[in-house]
Design a binder for this molecule. Sequence first.
Ligand code: FES
Length: 541
Amino acid sequence: MLSSHSDTRPLWFDTATIPKFHQQTGQVVVDVCIIGGGITGVTAADLLKRAGKTVAIVDVNRIGCGETGHTTAHLTEVLDIDFQTLIANFGEEGARTAIKAARHAINTIEANSKERGIDCGFQRVPGFRFSESEDGVDGLEEESQAALKLGVQNELLYETPLPFEVARAIRFDNQAQFQPLEYLASLAKGIEGDGSFIFEETRMLDIHEGEPCRVTTDRGIIIADDVIVAANVPVSNRFFLQTKIASYRTYAIALKVADHFNASALFWDTLDPYHYIRSFEFAGSRYLIIGGEDHKTGKDEHTAVHFQKLEDWAHERFTVEKVTHRWSGQVIHSVDGLPFIGRNSLSDHVFVATGFSGTGMTFGTVAGILLSDLILGQQSPWADLFDAGRVKPWAAIKNYVRENFDYPSHMITDRFTPAKSTDTNLLRENEGAIVRIGSKKVAAYRDPQGELHLLSPVCPHMGCYVHWNDAERSWDCPCHGSRFTATGQLVNGPAIADLATETNDEEAPMIPERYEQPSPLNPFAGPTLSMFFCPLKDKPT
Ligand code: FES
């Protein structure tokens, strides 16, 4: 078992070879600038370059260090929302289109893997959605019927290959799994050259839309006809999507198990939050990956508990020999259940993709394909369904109200909630907490060397107070999911700036001066950017 909660590192980083790319220098001119070197950005870049365009991918970290490196890499046409809800929200035709898009994405990954000889362990496997209790049986039966109505073949079963009993399960054939970073790395290697670039450790600061567009980074300027924002959450202050999405943390562990469970399949249960299982083989070793325990980002300080719950769940069902890896990722849910992919509202040349929920590799690939089609001026049968500007009031209203209540609620309550302590000496090594020092609240963290780091707790996005995350040793914002390292560097957007260092005695302002102010054009202003912990740089000690 891992000895400390700091050892969060995805299995994928130990089982893939990731190429290193340079930082940007000076001014670059390309046809398309892509913000984010994950599955969406790299897929789009690959297709655009093959169609004769020049591209520049800009990643604030190393490619794949964002959510592509923190996924569990299920590939499935069975979405996070059940088929009944999908039909209710988008009609049968819309639901069929979403399923066809997912199927096409999986076929694309399979074709790329075979035709280019990518050793990413792509494997067609069945998927089993199961319930261990009778409570979930009715829902599974309804889902099976709804799936059949949409042309998704499935079978209701009383047994699965799992080594424990289920009350009922649905088997969906022809789903898939793969090693996401090996796939990503292989596509990325073909992108550089002939006027195209991948720039790592280059932070996007601003997008000025025009003809051409002008992307400012911390290392120079990129001039491009079109810009794709593929950074998991929307970036820059031109985006209206913020209120239509919500950020959740999800957890995963990789295990060695002693019993003879060797089924290659995807499994996920009907609970909320749910559990899911897949397998992975590398260099003669077989791993079981178990994930789940999702919760809204910033809502839970004792996040280490979620890893423990996953381990307990695994121990109750498998003979666990060893937990080899544990990691967490950021899942972006849309309020109506489908991703937002397409032109940004009021834009001609800026494109966005977000809200992939728990099917990030499948819909990240859908997004790469759809956005490259739009930029190439090709018709796409998916464009209307995933339109980034859509509003589905009846489908989304409940989730919209629930997810957006957090902002005003936390803005007020966190300011008046008493600090945990007034004595920073009580903080042990590797601990963080909101403490009161004199008249102000401070985000305090003591590093392994015993040094105390004092930061403003005010999120630079829209002014909420950050919360401590003990498993990942990060400061997480409960309002829109921005995250920062223990010493304040930005990890996940929508914030674009680091937490401020605490330097004065003034009470933290309700809205920080550094944060981009709302305007009539954008009442939800706040430049956004995804930066992630990069296991390629931050190996555990
Ligand atoms: Fe929006 Fe923190 S206030 S992410």
